[in-house]
Design a protein around this ligand. Sequence first.
Ligand SMILES: Cc1cc2nc3c(=O)[nH]c(=O)nc-3n(C[C@H](O)[C@H](O)[C@H](O)COP(=O)(O)OP(=O)(O)OC[C@H]3O[C@@H](n4cnc5c(N)ncnc54)[C@H](O)[C@@H]3O)c2cc1C
Length: 407
Amino acid sequence: MMNFSLTDEQQQVAKAVREWGARDVAPYIREHDRRHHFDRERVLGGMAELDLLGISVPQEYGGAGMDYLCLGLASEELEYLDTSLRVIMSVHVGLNCLSLLTWGTEDQKQRYLVPQAQGKKIAGYGLTEPGAGSDARGIQTTAIKKGDRYILNGEKSWISLADVADNFLVIAWSDIEKKKLRDPSGLSAFIVERTFRGFSSGPMKEKWGILAGNTGFFTMDEVEVPEANVLGQVCEGFKIAMFALDQGRYTVAAGATGLIRACRDASVKYAHERRTFGVEIGEHQLVKEMIAHMESDYQAARLLWLRSGWMKNQGIRNTRETGLAKWFATVASERAASDAVQIHGANGYSDEYPVGRFYRNCKGAVIYEGTREIHKVMQADYLLGYRTDRPTRCELPAYAVEGHEEK
Ligand SMILES: Cc1cc2nc3c(=O)[nH]c(=O)nc-3n(C[C@H](O)[C@H](O)[C@H](O)COP(=O)(O)OP(=O)(O)OC[C@H]3O[C@@H](n4cnc5c(N)ncnc54)[C@H](O)[C@@H]3O)c2cc1C
């Protein structure tokens, strides 16, 4: 049965984020973006109060126990305000918390997931390195076993919340022979705390987008990680890294959809305000065309991420669908932001209006969590039969929404 209506809880989440954003974020975001300032207290404090930091984590692990559509809706509303806010959902909830929920031991869930879901600790995800992004097998970080510990050495770059997060999910080579062969079954996943000796972080200083957010690097110099902090089994790191991306990409897709809506709304407003040749610019057909495209992109992007969220709720594997949703929404958001600047004319070229910020922010999502090109190749490979998704040992827990059957 098809059902396009949202439950009361889903509508409430979207409304609560919208109201909080209008009150506590919108008045300050332009200034924070201008000053490259991550407002930890206001942003993380507000998100914790709204239960967003553990939104789809079961209540028994300190979360809000809401379904995955709520996660998507919150992501869409957050990026409507500013990309920096949605990034927190992507890395803290999508990439990290949901990986711990799915792959973690009970001890790891108690020690890490519970405080993260409660918003007492913030979490990040470290896969990318200076020499390897898309090519995850090219990473150089190593994790050498010594007694009941692993010694981690390496550098992770372009890490969201690098200077802010308390805990990181780190991917490293635990099998050096397999590293030489670039065999991804030699990679393992580790929970690394900022407080571990040998860990240090810093910001990416020349970044030109998502300026109200924190993006940085961290280095691990002989960091001792207890064996109990291996997530999943040793040598399951690649699978866990890819699993995490299924959840992160979902929030990116929903967020980029919110960015398209923000571009659309700003453009409609301006098209009524600005007059040329004796009429509102909205009267010109070429301006209408740009606005109409924003609407079709918004609606299509929304349906794609809603489908992914529905599949997650049902416990159906959705790597392919989520990849498509992420690819489509991020590329469409770049088009929408570019057109929004165009509609604003010279005013769009100034930070007096929000569309310039949208334009800078949208590009990141076309790059992270699988570039536009990687997603394009993936979708073609599914069609050509070069790629299929094999079942993994652990799968994201399904969520039974009233009216839908749990699988
Ligand atoms: C704002 C921001 C936040 C980020 N946050 C995180 C984070 O929290 N954690 C994390 O681990 N990483 C993070 N990243 C890193 C991000 O995931 C990588 O930048 C991304 O995976 C691309 O890798 P790369 O930059 O090394 O580009 P490369 O992999 O070097 O790619 C360069 C270009 O070559 C193209 N290309 C590469 N391989 C192929 C191929 N096989 N076929 C066709 N084209 C190809 C790419 O599409 C791209 O256009 C973040 C990045 C940004 C910008």
